[in-house]
Design a protein around this ligand. Structure first.
Ligand code: SF4
Length: 216
């Protein structure tokens, strides 16, 4: 039977409550001190673990201390420093290009709007949402692989298209919850609702999830 909008909203609110109880301290696991450093770390985190990115960023942020320092290096030189994050040539080009744009177009300050952020080289909607939510406190959802997988399993989205899913979820969840919900879903995806082997038997969402026990 098709779930009514009201029932769906009630189920979504209960999912928010349970994940908040399960993962009260979930937050961005990338280490940074400035908005620009978070942009660099987020670009590096594509197809790479946050743990590896943090390892790489520690010496990187000591070597390049400002957007100007990142803008002054040539991409092939930076690629050597970020080699272990994978896709190093492409990521180096993005970081240098992004840093030059931040410097030349925004006076060295990371812009605060989605429209301006996605114009920076290497910055897509996912990275922009991460910066907006994490640094500037703007309600936003980072639609990563965990969010796509788990929200589809929960029946809150019926698409793997990140932009469409973001729109569907924004309609379902309260804006005040978007940032924390993203972090909690990511934690849940790493520890419980693991890709290809979700641990439904120990999932606090099992009685709310139409996919419980059906994914093996
Ligand atoms: S019940 Fe299973 S499929 Fe549903 S969210 Fe929990 S772990 Fe994932």
């Amino acid at each position: 039977m098709r779930e009514s909008r009201k029932k769906r909203q009630e189920r979504a609110a209960e999912v928010v409550r349970r994940l908040a109880k399960e993962w009260p301290d979930a937050r961005c696991s990338l280490h940074y001190k400035t908005p620009h450093q978070l942009l660099v770390a987020t670009i590096l985190s594509a197809q790479c673990t946050d743990e590896r990115v943090n390892q790489v960023c520690k010496p990187l942020f000591r070597k390049y201390r400002s957007p100007r320092a990142f803008a002054s290096v040539e991409a092939p030189e930076l690629a050597v420093d970020i080699h272990s994050c994978g896709y190093h040539n492409q990521k180096a080009r993005s970081i240098v290009g992004m840093s030059r744009a931040v410097l030349e177009l925004h006076g060295g300050q990371v812009p605060r709007t989605m429209e301006e952020l996605v114009k920076l080289p290497g910055v897509g909607r996912k990275t922009a949402n991460c910066i907006l939510g994490e640094v500037f406190g703007v309600p936003s959802m980072v639609i990563d692989t965990h969010m796509i997988r788990i929200m589809n399993l929960l029946g809150f989205g019926k698409t793997r298209d990140a932009v469409k899913l973001e729109r569907e979820l924004m309609d379902l969840f309260e804006p005040a919850e978007w940032v924390r919900l993203t972090h909690r879903v990511i934690e849940h995806g790493r520890a419980v609702c693991i890709a290809r082997r979700p641990a439904c038997a120990r999932c606090v969402l099992a009685d709310l999830c139409p996919s419980a026990g059906k994914t093996a």
